[in-house]
Design a protein. Structure first.
Length: 453
């Protein structure tokens, strides 16, 4: 049985067809209304929204194709299936080119009518579900109903329809990559690849090879050819994070790709055309970098076709309670524990904090509290350092003198602390990174830095 909220309108000037369709569809569980003229059908659709319309092509006042065109102009257009006799199949095909979902030829059986209605409504439900999943994937952690976040989502919805280059700016931890992903998954390239690359994480020669690829023997260690990320992102989106760290000598090559749409691998002679939307992000002031001579002005203009600034968390404090609950739910799933909730004391404490690290810092704090909390309710105490301030605060502890020979470097202190936390967590890096207040990627970098297996 269909959901009773699904409403079908049948427009046909033959009383027998109206009676048949109305009876069959109502028995199938649909709310059904009938009309005998095109204008009558349009009035019925205007009076109460409908999900599906069966419309005869040959009507006494206006033909079904005209009805189709007017229905599709509505803000929330219904799915339209044309009813036609064999001599007017060509007209039905023309209607499908204009936006009709399908056509049904007379005479048809009750089973055929039910099957066409069920298929059309099932396709609509699947399409709606896919849209909701795509939006969930796109917006991810862009949680919040504050004015800045509503404006940000409106901007994303508009800009995602374009293929123009976008420069996303904002402080570290505000969620610039989330904005880039939203632009991709809400746009026309959503079925193709979204390829992120951190320009500050690779040394100069490796970054060029990562972006453009290389041919075999291009440099020492290039034992085989490698496809670059521009080719990987072909027909999709390439996201250049921390684009302000792009080496000056590599910037002209990126500019050339943006101008010509062609890439040449390192050591190669042949160019390859690519169709890539470029989204870049930075927490630096690129206009100042242009003045300082560390960033090319022409590349800046190419990247900054559309600028989107992500607000800092302190500028949208109203969103912190919702974000905190969102992160707590996710952290509980990762920690394989039951759902937790935040008491008012915890929420009040979180809202008052400066959050210099923005949303990323908030997420890490929530995960750390969820992992370490013993109960299902988080209070303000769960976000404070373990032990009393009198015991842990260096400001209240006497500083004892020691000889220089007893001193160690900050790197060694950090290395030892990481080892202790890992040992306490049984080697679980997710739990360790939550306690340390860093994400897993940063923890992995530090493990490599200190040679920790």
């Amino acid at each position: 049985m269909a959901e009773t909220t699904q409403r079908i309108l049948v427009i046909d000037d033959e009383r027998g067809i109206r009676s048949l369709c109305g009876d069959v569809l109502r028995r199938a569980g649909y709310e059904t209304e009938v009309a005998e003229t095109g204008k009558g059908g349009l009035a019925a659709a205007a009076a109460k929204p409908v999900d599906l319309v069966f419309c005869d092509i040959n009507l006494p006042d206006i033909d079904g194709v005209q009805v189709l065109e007017q229905l599709l102009q509505r803000e929330s257009p219904p799915t339209v299936i044309l009813i036609t006799a064999y001599p007017s199949v060509d007209t039905a095909v023309r209607g499908m080119k204009l936006g009709a979902r399908d056509y049904l030829t007379k005479p048809f059986t009750p089973d055929e009518l039910r099957m066409v209605a069920q298929r059309a409504l099932a396709e609509d439900a699947l399409r709606q579900e896919n849209q909701e999943l795509r939006e969930e994937l796109a917006y991810g952690n862009l949680v919040g109903e504050s004015a800045p976040m509503q404006e940000l989502r409106r901007t994303i919805a508009v800009v995602s329809r374009s293929d123009a280059n976008v420069l996303v700016t904002g402080e570290s931890g505000t969620g610039k990559e989330l904005v880039a992903r939203a632009l991709h998954y809400q746009g026309t390239r959503s079925t193709a690849a979204f390829v992120p690359v951190n320009c500050g994480a690779l040394v100069d020669n490796l970054l060029e090879s990562e972006l453009f690829g290389h041919v075999r023997g291009a440099f020492t260690g290039a034992e085989q050819a490698k496809q670059g990320l521009f080719v990987t992102a072909n027909n999709g989106t390439l996201f250049l994070d921390e684009v302000g760290e792009l080496p000056l000598q590599l910037q002209p090559k990126l500019l050339r790709v943006l101008q010509d749409g062609e890439i040449k691998p390192v050591g190669g002679v042949d160019s390859t055309r690519v169709d890539v939307r470029l989204i870049a992000a930075t927490n630096r002031d690129l206009s100042q970098a242009v003045s300082d001579g560390t960033f090319r002005q022409d590349l800046f203009y190419r990247l900054n076709v559309i600028a989107i600034e992500v607000p800092a968390l302190r500028d949208r404090r109203d969103d912190i309670p919702g974000l905190a609950e969102h992160f707590a739910d996710r952290a509980a799933v990762r920690a394989r524990r039951g759902r937790v909730h935040l008491e008012k004391s915890a929420t009040d404490w979180l809202v008052e904090q400066p959050w210099q690290g923005n949303v990323r810092e908030l997420e890490n704090a929530i995960e750390r509290a969820v992992v370490l909390a013993s109960g299902d309710a988080l209070t303000a105490d769960d976000f404070l350092p373990r032990g009393s301030f009198e015991q842990t605060s260096s400001a209240q502890q006497p500083v004892t003198a020691a000889s220089p020979d007893e001193m160690t470097s900050l790197d060694e202190v950090e290395r030892v602390h990481i080892l202790r936390v890992l040992a306490a967590c049984g080697g679980q890096k997710t739990k360790a990174s939550a306690i340390l207040g860093i994400n897993r990627t940063t923890l992995w970098k530090k493990l490599r830095q200190y040679g920790i297996e």
